[in-house]
Design a binder for this molecule. Structure first.
Ligand code: GLU
Length: 278
C-alpha cells in the first residue's frame, strides 16, 4: 500500500520555520517512499481563518519546492461528513450537550490542573443532560467512560517518530482522568479538531499521520475515535518541535520566524533546509 502523508495547517497566521519543518518531513517521507503527499486546510475555526493566510500557505510551500495533490481539501467544506460521524456517536448514546463556558469549568474544578490534550479535564457538570435538549448554545461532548466501556478492549497504536518510537497501549485511566469528556463539536463550529482530523485522515486514506510532538498526547483520543467510528488506523510520526534561541516553541504570532521574512531577506529553500537540519 502506498504511503500517504499530509500537512494540515490552519490558515490563522503566517507559516514559520516550524511549519516548514512539518511540511517538509511529511512531503519528503511520501516522496522517498513513492507515496502521496496531501495538503489539507484546517479552517473549521472560521472566526480566525483568513483567505489571505491560505494563499500565503500555498505560496510559501511552493517556494519551498513542495508539490501536493489537488484539489486541496478544506475542512470548512466537510461539515456534512463531521455531522454524520457525530450522529453515529450520538445514536450510540455516547454524547451529551454541554452549556459550560471556560469560566464555569475552571470554577467547578476542585484543584487547578495543567490539563490534557483537550484542556482541563471536564468535571462532568452537564453529563446528565440528554441529547434531545441540545440547542445552538451547546457544545457536544463525548462521554469518555461510556465510550471506553463500549470499546471494552485495550487499544494500541504504532508510532515511528524519534521521541516515542514503538507500540503504545491506550491507558483508560489517563483517558478518564486527564482527557475526560472531550469536545466533539464546538458551539459555533459544528465540529471540533479531534473529530474533524480523524474523519478526514480516514476519508483521505492517510496512512501515516506526521505532525509535531505537541500533538502526541492527542493521539489516544484519535485512536479511540477511530475505534468507535470503525475507521482504518494509520501509523503516527510525531517530529521534534522547532524552538527559538531561548528554547521556546515557535508560535504563529512569532513573526520574526515567518517564512516570508526569511524569503524577503534572500534565503533560499536550500538555506532553510540547512537551518532545519534537513
Ligand atoms: N491543524 C493542526 C495545526 O495547525 C494540525 C493538526 C494535525 O496535524 O493533526 O496545528
Amino acid at each position: 500500500m502506498a504511503l500517504v502523508t499530509r500537512f494540515a495547517p490552519s490558515p490563522t497566521g503566517p507559516l514559520h520555520l516550524g511549519h516548514a519543518y512539518a511540511a517538509i518531513i511529511a512531503h519528503d517521507m511520501a516522496r522517498s517512499a513513492g507515496g502521496r503527499f496531501l495538503l489539507r486546510i484546517e479552517d473549521i475555526d472560521q472566526s480566525r481563518s483568513r483567505a489571505e493566510w491560505e494563499e500565503a500557505i500555498f505560496d510559501d510551500l511552493s517556494w519551498l519546492g513542495l508539490t501536493w495533490e489537488t484539489p486541496v481539501w478544506r475542512q470548512s467544506q466537510r461539515l456534512p461528513a463531521y455531522h454524520a460521524a457525530l450522529d453515529r456517536l450520538i445514536a450510540r448514546g455516547l454524547c451529551y450537550p454541554c452549556r459550560c463556558r471556560r469560566a464555569d469549568i475552571r470554577a467547578a474544578l476542585t484543584a487547578p490542573q495543567e490539563g490534557g490534550p483537550d484542556g482541563p479535564c471536564y468535571p462532568g457538570t452537564c453529563r446528565h443532560r440528554p441529547m434531545h435538549e441540545a440547542g445552538p448554545d451547546d457544545a457536544i461532548r463525548l462521554n469518555m467512560a461510556r465510550a471506553l466501556s463500549e470499546i471494552g478492549t485495550s487499544l494500541t497504536f504504532h508510532e515511528t517518530g524519534p521521541l516515542h518510537s514503538g507500540a503504545h497501549t491506550l491507558s483508560e485511566e489517563w483517558l478518564l482522568t486527564t482527557c475526560g469528556d472531550v469536545v466533539l463539536s464546538r458551539r459555533d463550529m459544528g465540529t471540533a479538531y479531534h473529530l474533524a482530523v480523524v474523519v478526514d485522515d480516514a476519508a483521505q486514506g492517510v496512512s501515516c499521520v506526521t505532525r509535531g510532538e505537541d500533538l502526541f498526547a492527542a493521539t489516544a483520543i484519535h485512536r479511540l475515535l477511530q475505534a468507535l467510528l470503525e475507521l482504518p488506523v494509520p501509523t503516527w510520526h510525531h517530529h521534534r518541535l522547532i524552538r527559538d534561541a531561548a528554547g521556546k516553541r515557535l508560535a504563529k504570532r512569532d513573526d520574526a520566524r515567518a517564512l516570508s521574512r526569511y524569503r524577503a531577506e534572500g534565503a533560499s529553500p536550500k538555506d532553510l533546509r540547512h537551518m532545519l537540519d534537513l
